[in-house]
Design a protein around this ligand. Sequence first.
Ligand code: FMN
Length: 349
Amino acid sequence: MKIPFGLMRPLLFRLDPETAHRLTLRALAVDLPLQTPDSDPSLRITVAGLRFENPVGIAAGFDKNAEAMNPLLRLGFGFVEAGTVTPRPQPGNAKPHLFRLVEDEALVNRLGFNNDGLDLAMDRFRERAWHRGPKGVVGINLGANKTSRDRIADYAIGVERAAPFVDYITINISSPNTPGLRALQSKAALDELLARVIIARGHRKTPIFLKLAPDLGDAEISDIAVSVVTAGIDGLIVSNTTTARPAGLRSAQAREEGGLSGRPLMQPSTDMLKALRQATVGAVPLIGVGGIASADDAYAKIRAGASLVQLYTALVYQGPGLVEEIKAGLARHLAADGFERLEQAVGAG
Ligand SMILES: Cc1cc2nc3c(=O)[nH]c(=O)nc-3n(C[C@H](O)[C@H](O)[C@H](O)COP(=O)(O)O)c2cc1C
């Protein structure tokens, strides 16, 4: 029996956010053999050589250990990004490290890459590859261990091991919760990192995406654009959570340290998307993330230059029905604007 999210939400919101998330994942992992909802043909798109049935993905952090990829695809997502996974398991930062900003429909997290490590995640990807699951693209988001002496080597190890078993790989250097990690976005470090991971992926050429912070200045944006185009990176994910606290936040939890996600991130992350589209002159596909809570938001990212979108926080507030709602709304937007295919709307705004 399916319980409507409207009835579940008060119960889930009485639990601390992490317990609520664990329960949700456990319920999903049961993986009932539901029929995957069909996507409107206008929503199909090919990005970095991968064919997506629809452009709506679940962002990294929801399924950190690649436990619920098939159930998430069955909810209607076109793609799932598991992770962040680090080479070795690690516990993450001390609890509490996840906060609901209910009045702002936002979250603040300082989880710090809590995950079971690459070995377990790869077992799960291999298992999915052997047993035919629902259609959909599955990627892994990679990070570095907090105590690692050579963080670039951590990414190279992840890429080398994951490349044969995943559809794409995201290099995440934009989490605010591992001290010093975001320094890898600066020019010299980034050039070295990108060169190493391109070598590590080997002859298969598994697409590599780079996930960026929304808190970059103009000079950093143009440096990153040059590095990414030169290295031949296949896509940019814009963006991770923000360390900024936009004016107008109402919740007391906004003062907690960590990365802010959800509604207040929509505008700054979309501005960053536009800036990166300009800086890369459309040469690199973009994946728009941050604050998407409706079909209108998703369409705004697409018109700003995103070929694909991802979301996380709105799912906590609106439940899984949001995925189909966004897909239906996107198809309507395309038809209303006279576009037969999603691709025609990318960057049209
Ligand atoms: C609880 C939580 C955990 C997250 N963990 C990760 C992570 O491990 N790796 C990552 O790249 N992004 C992580 N993110 C960031 C999301 O993938 C996404 O970029 C961000 O939340 C903005 O999207 P949203 O506003 O739709 O949530 C996390 C976000 C949240 C809320």
